[in-house]
Every structure is written in C-alpha cells, then in structure tokens.
Write a protein that binds this ligand. Structure first.
Ligand SMILES: Nc1ncnc2c1ncn2[C@@H]1O[C@H](COP(=O)(O)OP(=O)(O)OP(=O)(O)O)[C@@H](O)[C@H]1O
Ligand SMILES: [Mg+2]
Length: 252
C-alpha cells in the first residue's frame, strides 16, 4: 500500500466516554487520503460527532490508535480544524476578531499578517463587508460562514465538518453547499482533505468521493460507498438517485 497518500488513519478504535461503561464506537478502521472528501452518515446518536472529535484529537480512543500524517495523534493538532454544528462565535468580538481567534497564540505571524489572512477567508465566504460587525448582527447562515472562515484561517490539512448545514433553512443550506463545492473544487480551499458528517444524504452524495455508513450500538463502519460521479453533480440524475437509494438502504 502507498502510505504516503494517507492523511489520517484509525486503527482498531474503540471508544467509551470517560466514566461511562457504554461503548459508543467499536472496531473503527478507516483512512482519509490526501485530497479526499469523505462523507459520514448514520442514524442520530450513533456517534458521528464523537468520531469527528476523535479525528481531531479532542477525544482519545479507549483502545486503538489514530494516526495523522503517520504519527499518533495525541491531542488537538494545529493542522486539523473542526467546524461544529452551531457556529459558536464569541458575541463580544467582531466578525474579524472571531476569524482571527485561532491565530491568537501564533508568534511567527505579525498582527498585519493575521489580519490579512483572516480577511482573505472572510472574503472567500463572501463576508468581507461584515468584518467589523458583531455576530448578533448576522443571520444564522452568515454566522455559519464566519465559522467556516475561522476553521480555514489556520490553513488546515484536514477540515472536519459536523453537520455544517443542519441549522440552516433549506435554501441557505443549498447556497452554502454550493459555495463549499465551488471552493473545494476550484481548490481555493486550503485543506487537503475534508470529512463531513451530515444527516442529509443528498448533500453528502453531492460532495463526497466516498461515504462511510456508521451504524449499530456500539457503532462501527458497516459500509463504504464510492461516489464516482462527474462534478458538478446533478441531483436529478438517475445514477445520483440510485446512490441515494443505496445509502438509504444501508442506513435502514
Ligand atoms: N460527553 C458525553 N458523555 C457521555 N456520553 C456522551 C457524550 N456525548 C455524547 N454521548 C453519547 O454518545 C452517543 C453518540 O453521540 P454523538 O453526539 O457522537 O452522536 P451523533 O451521531 O453525532 O448524533 P446526532 O446525529 O444526533 O448529532 C450518544 O448516545 C450520546 O448520548
Ligand atoms: Mg452529532
């Protein structure tokens, strides 16, 4: 196997929350390659968010190991970013200050460089005009985009998205997804790879190269579906619809 193409690997991972005897995840073996977009689907409460927290080092496996670029991941890593389901912006900071936040402790960068980088990503998500606004002045969809800019500002190699569209109305969700798709495929997005959790199977099949189906109690990856469709993808395509059905079947 060509190990150099691999960005992240989980080997025989089991997980129970500290102090709890209930195993949430078991026997997780998976990998994420460089430049891959991986989708994760599974019923509510199966452990998808838990899986992402293990991938970013916020949680440590009970058994097994997580490797990032060939080295064991032992805690949060500066090149792994996570965008949580709710934007979690700090209300007392401006939009620009929120985006700059992950760069706070970077001594190798000047204030101007930080500002410039933060502005670049605000611009990318279409919000450069809101740099000095406060989060409360923004709609939910706009806040979500600020959170995306904040996740990107560290130039992550791996971007983890936990239901990035789920708090949005369908139209705003579609618009954000289109944006994500454009940024990703014209390679203006810095991350080498993305892992996205979503309840919305259409959304996942629209974006992913490969979909992992997480199921069971404790949960494990029960199936993997490769999405070999040309981009941009058309949701009304017969093959697209077949893949949606296939993933639905695997989930039920
Ligand atoms: N901090 C915690 N301590 C103990 N148990 C937890 C904790 N967080 C989550 N759990 C449990 O872990 C299981 C998986 O939760 P998780 O949030 O990972 O699921 P999920 O697949 O992301 O669900 P959803 O689709 O609703 O977001 C649930 O049974 C939940 O009760
Ligand atoms: Mg979740």
């Amino acid at each position: 196997m060509d190990g150099s193409r691999e960005l992240l690997r989980m080997v025989d991972v089991d997980f129970a929350y500290p102090g709890s005897r209930t195993k949430i995840l078991t026997d997780i073996n998976l990998h994420v390659d460089y430049t891959e977009f991986v989708g994760v689907v599974g019923p509510s409460g199966t452990g998808k968010s838990t899986l992402l927290r293990l991938m970013c080092g916020l949680l440590r496996p009970t058994n097994g190991k997580v490797y990032f670029k060939g080295e064991e991941l032992k805690g949060p890593h500066p090149k792994i970013s996570m965008m949580f389901q709710s934007p979690n912006l700090l209300p007392w900071l401006t939009v620009l200050e929120n985006v700059k936040l992950p760069l706070l402790s970077r001594r190798d960068m000047s204030e101007e460089e930080k500002e410039e980088l933060a502005m670049r990503f605000l611009d990318l998500v279409g919000l450069s005009g809101y740099a000095s606004a406060y989060p409360r002045e923004l709609s939910g969809g706009m806040q979500q985009r600020v959170a995306l800019a904040r996740a990107l500002v560290v130039l992550p190699d791996l971007l983890l998205l936990d239901e990035p569209m789920s708090n949005l109305d369908p139209l705003t969700a579609l618009a954000l997804m289109r944006e994500l798709e454009e940024m990703w495929f014209d390679s203006s997005l810095p991350p080498a790879s993305v892992v996205m959790v979503s309840h919305n199977i259409d959304e996942v099949i629209q974006l992913a190269d490969r979909v992992l189906v997480l199921k069971g109690r404790p949960a494990t990856v029960v199936a993997e579906v490769r999405i070999d469709l040309e981009r941009p993808r058309n949701r009304k395509d017969e093959t697209f619809l077949k893949l949606v059905d296939e993933v639905m079947m695997l989930l039920s």
